[in-house]
Design a protein around this ligand. Structure first.
Ligand code: SF4
Length: 476
C-alpha cells in the first residue's frame, strides 16, 4: 500500500492509503483508534453509538441523563420502524443545568423515573450517561437499583459518556445493556436441549425503512424462525428470549460483534457474519443461514427462493446497468461490512469504487476491502470532510455513497449522492433493495441537474441545450 502525500494532517497519514495489489498488506494502516484531536472527524460520540443500537427497542423508555442538547439525537434521525409499540419515538431527558452540575443530578434522575412511571408505566428503562454525567460522577447504578426496587421493573444504566472512547465504545456500552436485559430471564430459560435448531437472532439490523420485515419474509419462506432482530423492531421480551436461539447471524459486525462473542461465551450460541446488501452477499447469506440449520428441507426451500428471486432481479438490473456502467464511486459509510457489500454491489453494476472509507471499520474488514478494491483506490478510516472532499476531487468520483453528514458535501461538489444510512425511507437490502439501489444510482447519476451545474461552471447562461435522460421508473 502506498501512503498518500496530500494535505492530510501528519497524525492522520497512517489512516489513509492508496491500495496496492499483489503486495503484503499495509502493516502500518491504522483503524479502530481514537479520533485525532483537531481533525474534525465525522464520527459520532460514545452516547450516539449507544443510542443507535438501543433506540429501536420499541417498548423501552430511553432517558438521556444530561443537558438537553444530547437528547436531540432522537428517532427522527434514525427511522427504524415498529410493528407495534411507539414508546421509543419519544426522547426523555433530565435536562441537566448549571445547578445540577454543581450539586449533582441523581435526584433529578430519580424524579424523572418517577414521572415516567406515573405517565407511561414501562417495563424497561434505559438510562444513558452523557459527558457531563461522567464528569460530575452521578452514580447511575445506584439510582437504577433504587428504582428497580421501588417499581419492580428493569432500569438499566448505559455507560455512554461521550468522551469515554469513540462511537464503537458506545456500541459496546449498548451491548452490555442488552446482555444485562437478557440476563434477567436466565433463571426461567428452557434447557439447551429444548432449543429449536431453526431458531436464530439477526444481530445488527435496525429495521430502517422496514428492512427487517423484508428479510423476515425470506426467513418464513425458508422455514426458519427469527426470534428477534437486535435491535430492529425488537421488544424487551423478545430480547430476553434471544438466548434461546440455536445460532446468531451478524450483519453490522461493527456494532454487534461484541454482543455475538458474549452470547457465544455465555449461552454457547455460535454466530456467522452475513450481509443482505447486494445480490452476491444476499445469496451467500441465505445459504449460510440454511446450512446452519442442517435441515435438508430448509436448504431446498432456500435454493428455490434464491433461484426465483436472483433470476428475476438480475433481469431487472440489466436495464439499469446499461445507464450507469463505467461511472466512478466514492464510498464513506459507518461500518466495514456495508463498505464491503457496496464494493461488490458496484462491481456487479459495472461501477468502479475509487475511494472507500468507514467510521468504525475493523482491521479484518479493511483487509477484505483491500482485497476487493482496485489498484490505487483510496482507503481511509475515520475521515474528516476536508479529506473526503480532496480525495473525491482527486479521484474524480461521479457518485458519493454516505450518510446525512456527507450529503451536503456531495451536493456542494456537484457530485451525485446516495444515502445509505439512518434516515432513508426506502429499503436497500434484499433482492427488492438491490433493485431500489440500482434505481437510485441511476436517478442520481443521470439527473439533469448535473448538466446545469456543468453549464454554470462554463458561465453559459443558455441552458436550452440541456437534455434530460428520462428515468426508467420514478423512485417510489
Ligand atoms: S459528546 Fe457528550 S455532550 Fe456531546 S452529544 Fe455526546 S454525550 Fe452529549
Amino acid at each position: 500500500m502506498g501512503k498518500q502525500q496530500s494535505s492530510v494532517l501528519e497524525e492522520r497519514q497512517d489512516f489513509i492509503i492508496y491500495n496496492k495489489k499483489n503486495t503484503k498488506k499495509q502493516a502500518t494502516f491504522q483503524c479502530d483508534q481514537q479520533s485525532t484531536s483537531g481533525a474534525v472527524s465525522q464520527r459520532a460520540c460514545v452516547y450516539c453509538g449507544a443510542r443507535v443500537v438501543l433506540n429501536p427497542i420499541t417498548d423501552a423508555v430511553h432517558i438521556i441523563h444530561g443537558p438537553i442538547g444530547c437528547a436531540s439525537y432522537t428517532w427522527d434521525i434514525r427511522g427504524s420502524l415498529s410493528s407495534d409499540k411507539e414508546f421509543y419515538r419519544n426522547s426523555f431527558s433530565t435536562d441537566l443545568r448549571e445547578r445540577d452540575i454543581i450539586f449533582g443530578g441523581e435526584k433529578k434522575l430519580s424524579a424523572a423515573i418517577d414521572e415516567i412511571m406515573a405517565t407511561h408505566d414501562p417495563k424497561v428503562i434505559f438510562v444513558y450517561a452523557t459527558c457531563v454525567v461522567g464528569v460530575i460522577g452521578d452514580d447511575l447504578g445506584a439510582v437504577a437499583r433504587q428504582a428497580e426496587a421501588k417499581y419492580g421493573i428493569r432500569v438499566i444504566p448505559v455507560q455512554s459518556s461521550g468522551f469515554a472512547g469513540n462511537k464503537s465504545s458506545g456500541y459496546k456500552a449498548a451491548c452490555d445493556a442488552i446482555l444485562d436485559l437478557m440476563s434477567s430471564a436466565d433463571s426461567t430459560r428452557p434447557p439447551v436441549t429444548a432449543k429449536d435448531p431453526k431458531a436464530f437472532n439477526f444481530l445488527g439490523d435496525f429495521n430502517l425503512a422496514g428492512e427487517t420485515w423484508l428479510v423476515k419474509r425470506y426467513f418464513e419462506e425458508m422455514g426458519v424462525k427469527m426470534i428477534t432482530a437486535i435491535t430492529g423492531d425488537s421488544t424487551c421480551e423478545a430480547l430476553q428470549n434471544a438466548p434461546n436461539a440455536s445460532f446468531n447471524i451478524v450483519q453490522c459486525a461493527g456494532s454487534m460483534h461484541y454482543l455475538a462473542n458474549h452470547m457465544k461465551e455465555t449461552y454457547g450460541i455460535p454466530f456467522a457474519k452475513i450481509s443482505f446488501y447486494g445480490i452476491e452477499d444476499i445469496v451467500d447469506s441465505l445459504r449460510t443461514i440454511a446450512a446452519l440449520t442442517r435441515d435438508d428441507d430448509v436448504i431446498r426451500r432456500t435454493e428455490a427462493l434464491i433461484q426465483r428471486e436472483a433470476e428475476k432481479t438480475a433481469f431487472a438490473l440489466n436495464a439499469y446497468k446499461k445507464r450507469i456502467a463505467g461511472k466512478t464511486v466514492a464510498i464513506y459509510v459507518g461500518g466495514g461490512f456495508k463498505a464491503i457489500s457496496l464494493i461488490k454491489q458496484f462491481n456487479d453494476l459495472g461501477l468502479k469504487s475509487v475511494m472507500v472509507g468507514t467510521q468504525t471499520g475493523q482491521k479484518d474488514e479493511y483487509e477484505v476491502i483491500q482485497d476487493l478494491a482496485e489498484e490505487g483506490t483510496v482507503i481511509l478510516d475515520d475521515a474528516n470532510p476536508t479529506e473526503l472532499e480532496n480525495f473525491i476531487k482527486e479521484k474524480g468520483a461521479d457518485l458519493l455513497v454516505g450518510g446525512v453528514k456527507e450529503r451536503p458535501l456531495a451536493y456542494k461538489l456537484g457530485v451525485a449522492f446516495i444515502d445509505h444510512n439512518h434516515e432513508r425511507k426506502h429499503p436497500l437490502c434484499g433482492f427488492e433493495g438491490a433493485l431500489n439501489f440500482a434505481k437510485e444510482v441511476d436517478l442520481t447519476l443521470n439527473s439533469p441537474v448535473w448538466q446545469y451545474l456543468k453549464q454554470s461552471d462554463k458561465s453559459d447562461a443558455d441552458h436550452g441545450n440541456i437534455k434530460s435522460i428520462e428515468p426508467i421508473e420514478k423512485f417510489a
